[in-house]
Design a protein. Structure first.
Length: 97
């Protein structure tokens, strides 16, 4: 997951491990396949675009979907900009088009 500056403070207040909620944003004007990541009912960022495109339809069909998450290490953020690691192992990717 990637989080912009606006969400970084929210991410820093989260416990090391938590349950994230995924929700599609069909009206997102910047990204056709936007999947928001929420914790405690607040948006904390988005699934990276290159990953979201493969899961968008699955999340859309499920309404909102929960998955295990953890705050990324500082080194993860420094090398990739990732703030939160999401566990998609129980979330099947959308069928190939």
């Amino acid at each position: 997951m990637v989080a912009g500056v606006a969400y970084k403070e929210r991410v820093q207040t989260l416990p090391a491990s938590f349950t994230a909620t995924l929700a599609v944003e069909p009206d997102n004007r910047y990204f056709l396949h936007a999947i928001a990541v929420l914790a405690n009912g607040e948006k904390i960022g988005y699934v990276a675009p290159e990953v979201a495109v493969g899961y968008y339809d699955t999340v859309k069909e499920g309404g909102t979907v929960s998955c295990p998450a953890r705050r990324a290490a500082e080194s993860d953020h420094e090398t990739s900009g990732v703030e939160v690691i999401l566990d998609f192992s129980a979330l099947p990717p959308a069928a190939a088009q």
